[in-house]
Design a protein around this ligand. Sequence first.
Ligand code: ADP
Ligand SMILES: Nc1ccn([C@@H]2O[C@H](COP(=O)(O)O)[C@@H](O)[C@H]2O)c(=O)n1
Length: 496
Amino acid sequence: MAESRVDIDAADPLPLNRTSSFGQKEPRPSFRAVFTHGRPPWYRLDGHQEKALVIGVCGGSASGKTTLANRIIECLNIRWVCLLSMDSFYKASVLNEEEHARAAKSNYDFDCPEAFDIDLLVETLKELKAGRSVEVPTYNFVTHSREPGYTMYGANVIVFEGIMAYCDQRVRDLLDVKIFVTEDADVRLARRLLRDTNERGREVKGSITQYNRFVYPAFKNHIEPTMQFADLVIPRGVSNPVALDLIITKVKEGLASRGHDLRGMAARDGDMEDPSSLHYVPASDQLHGLMTTIRDRDSSRDDFVFSTNRVLRLTVEHALSLCPFEDVVVETAVGTYLGRRRTHQITGVSIVRAGMSFEEPLRQCVRDVNIGQILIQTNLTTGQPEFFHKVLPNGISNHKVMLMDATLATGASAMMAIRVLMDHHVPEENIILVVLMAASMGVAQVAYAFPKVQIVVAAMDRVVDNQFRIHPGLGNFGDRFYGTEHLGDRTTTSPT
Ligand SMILES: Nc1ncnc2c1ncn2[C@@H]1O[C@H](COP(=O)(O)OP(=O)(O)O)[C@@H](O)[C@H]1O
Ligand SMILES: Nc1ccn([C@@H]2O[C@H](COP(=O)(O)O)[C@@H](O)[C@H]2O)c(=O)n1
């Protein structure tokens, strides 16, 4: 797979033995890795996105914003948090030669709102808050320039820090909690001098010149006045454990009210009527016979795979008949003929692993098909689906997308996959969910959350047990199809 997402950020604000830039020994925080893979549901049972909680941290330069932001992340001790720094949005990529020369002589003003690309910052924060991934530029303080950025994945909590974090109303409106860190000006200057000379390649004289000319006046004119927007003013930053405790308690309360037990909630919903978006592969004795072989636990693997491939192909054919077609005139050998032609490029996206069984039947039906994959696994402790990986073809947002999985029980994995597609701008109405064996509760769940998604199933049962297995169902599809039954739980992906 092309795009691995096992990225782990080491979010250690003060690594072992590091001395703070004011010269004091900081208590060493425990190491903590922030995982950006294995994401649990980031939307509610109705399919709508749960907006991320955004915590703003503002204050003067070297007041301790970044250190506090990292400590908040560490103390929250949850997955799916990210730190966004306003520094990434310095406009420096557009500094001209003359401005670069001035910056080198500490004569360029980096301490005014105009120095930042606020429009890009607002867009980025909006996307992150909506749970989507963004490209964040990297800023180089030594060369005063923007460098290639990195992908920041959507998170449940975003900590955003910067000197001008509260200067723009549009940014303020995106923040759920606003913190302002205060520190004495002489402490800030001392820390900054150390940082400028140790980390940012500056001379002492130039650093002091820049501080007197721009940094201190900017604090008075632009930064300090925005303290009025803060919910919480914190003196001494991370050295203020009482304030830190208050912040963590408040944020955890906010998160607790956002439930994420989607599979459990769905499982309690029980049987429902067939929704209008559900389409069965037309019933026939032939289909019935094939499904009987597939359900029969005594069928040989060869018979199981053979019958499955035939039903998968029938299912794909039926799903294709739901795609939009338009009139087209063609010339036959002896005249003209008014025909029909599909209007959209088809992309298949399989939910790994069981959904991959659909890939070959789809290729047989659509010669120019693109195939993508989404890896979702069930967390065996929480029972929740978790999103790990995706490969989506270019241009997918304009395609009809066949989302493929062998079985659909509670619908939790399918919902997560649909959410991933929609986060990548695939319109809901462009998605067709194709499934070999569904449970009515899962179908109802997906149809409730995403009414514009068409659902095509070859067979449906009404009962899902408390281990999320369909009854009577067809057993563990992946193990039977891939012949891995003897490996037991080691190969278990999402039950459905
Ligand atoms: N409470 C504190 N006590 C001592 N040193 C601190 C404290 N907070 C931050 N520092 C140190 O001050 C320097 C600047 O802190 P940083 O968090 O990067 O500031 P900012 O992001 O506001 O510019 C860093 O070297 C950091 O280790
Ligand atoms: N090329 C640059 C860009 C910015 N600065 C200074 O950085 C300060 C903001 O960063 P903090 O980590 O202190 O919040 C700001 O005060 C700018 O003066 C710079 O020196 N060079």
